[in-house]
Design a protein around this ligand. Structure first.
Ligand code: HAM
Length: 424
């Protein structure tokens, strides 16, 4: 039996890959406009990084990591997310000392989580993320959210919604934590064993437990917003003011706590409200993580960022029936007859390609008719025909497929001719 692709992964074939390339280009463009620089880190890191960064009590660390068994002592893990690796690189390369501050970074690539695959949830998925390190001003929280919103809007997506909450600073989180323990403790035996373990270690994680979602105590649980100290309240107010100033709509969601441990102050998610989107509606998530840089061994540095799932973005485009016009065609297909013409065609192709013209020829010794068919399938803008007769006269017959116009062009000038017509 033929070997199949692993569960929860996908092949992106020609025809679909152009959409990915289009999205990737948009990522580079928007980040350039927002003045974020690309950073590339390895696909795997020391396991300890995610334990410390993402948090021991999170689902990611407890259940979803692809940890590699290797001969030495080090334990390595395929990156389940990008923030901890970026912070690791930031600390390792002492980027906090760079002249340009804050350090505004972006990344894109595959992430790996051992999750139960379903629509919109994969074991290998792709994320575009940004991390802004070194600023604790509320305006950068708003900038990061604006970047995410603008990114979605640049595809024409309309049914997206920003959910916003604040977890507050360390002090606020501490008093919320105590309130949570008091709330859940008397009934903790009704909850799953994971939640029982979370109660003392990290009661916030109980709130995003998938198993106990229906327990009525979840709904009445203390909300972070009620435990914000004055400073945190003020911070949150300012973030909202900046969002308003930038004309970014959001909805306050007191239940939003996020599933990773490093957050404080601002947290947000962007969801799709499109009907056809499916059960998992979250398109992206992010928030502030003052303290994480220190946790990873660097100096006290504030940070904020988000992760956008590219696979889910594509699902959202499909759900909103947005067709992206993609360039899949070829500039020119050379139909060549006979050995000599084929040799000449090979030479022409090389010259044309060097000039940035996309072109192709037959490699299956097909008859002329079949070569025309191949040109058609390749969606060629021009078909250039080269037979013995043309070769003898040092010309080539170029046909523009859209108009049907034909012209005989000198072989020595055909590349120039194609440049002129395709780049106009
Ligand atoms: P996250 O909420 O775990 O946050 O993931 C962000 C996004 O990645 C999700 O909203 C979703 O679009 C996508 N995603 C996550 N898991 C899967 C999956 N199994 N299949 C498909 N897509 C998935 C983070 O990863 C944080 N690092 C975000 C962040 C950056 N916070 C601050 N900076």
């Amino acid at each position: 039996m033929a070997i199949q692709i692993p569960r929860g992964t996908q092949d992106i074939l020609p025809g679909k890959v152009e959409l990915w390339q289009y999205i990737e280009e948009k990522v580079h463009t928007i980040c350039k406009n927002y003045h974020y620089k690309e950073i590339r880190t390895p696909m795997f890191e020391n396991t300890e990084l995610f334990k410390r960064g993402v948090g021991e009590t999170t689902d990611i660390v407890q259940k979803e990591m692809y940890t590699l068994v290797q001969k030495g002592k080090d334990s390595l893990t395929l990156r389940p997310e990008g923030t901890a690796p970026i912070v690791r690189a930031y600390v390792q390369h002492k980027m906090f000392g760079d002249a340009t501050q804050p350090t505004k970074l972006y990344y894109m690539g595959p992430m790996f989580r051992y999750e139960r695959p379903q629509a919109g949830r994969y074991r290998q998925f792709s994320q575009f993320g940004v991390e802004a390190l070194g600023s604790k001003e509320p305006s950068i929280d708003a900038e990061v959210i604006a970047l995410a919103v603008d990114f979605y809007e640049s595809f024409g997506l309309k049914k997206i919604k920003v959910l916003l909450n604040s977890l507050g600073d360390v002090e606020s989180r501490k008093s919320h934590r105590e309130a949570l323990i008091n709330h859940f403790k008397p009934h903790i035996e009704e909850f799953c064993s994971d939640c029982q373990a979370r109660l003392e270690k990290n009661p916030l994680r109980i709130l995003d437990c998938k198993k106990d979602r229906e327990n009525p105590l979840m709904e009445t649980a203390p909300q972070t917003i009620d435990y914000l100290n004055e400073e945190s309240k003020e911070y949150f107010e300012q973030v909202k003011e900046y969002l308003q100033a930038m004309d970014i709509e959001y909805v306050f969601d007191s239940n939003l706590v996020r599933g990773l441990d490093y957050y404080n102050h601002t947290v947000f998610e962007i969801i799709s409200e499109s009907e056809g989107f499916g059960a998992i509606t979250t398109l992206s998530g992010g928030g502030r993580y003052n303290g994480l840089v220190q946790e990873i061994g660097g100096p006290e540095t504030p940070g904020i960022g988000f992760g956008i799932g590219i696979d889910r973005l594509i699902n959202a485009l499909e759900a909103e029936k947005i067709e992206i016009p993609l360039e899949t065609g070829l500039d020119c297909y050379v139909v060549a007859m006979g050995e000599n013409a084929n040799r000449k065609a090979a030479e022409l192709l090389r010259q044309a390609r060097k000039e940035g013209i996309s072109c192709d020829k037959d490699y299956l010794s097909r008859k002329v008719k079949a070569q025309f068919k191949a040109a058609d399938r390749a969606n060629a803008k021009f078909v250039a025909v080269l037979g013995d007769d043309e070769l003898e006269r040092n010309v080539i017959n170029v046909k523009e497929m859209a108009t049907g116009n034909q012209e005989e062009v000198a072989l020595a000038e055909v590349v120039e001719y194609l440049i002129r017509l395709t780049k106009q």
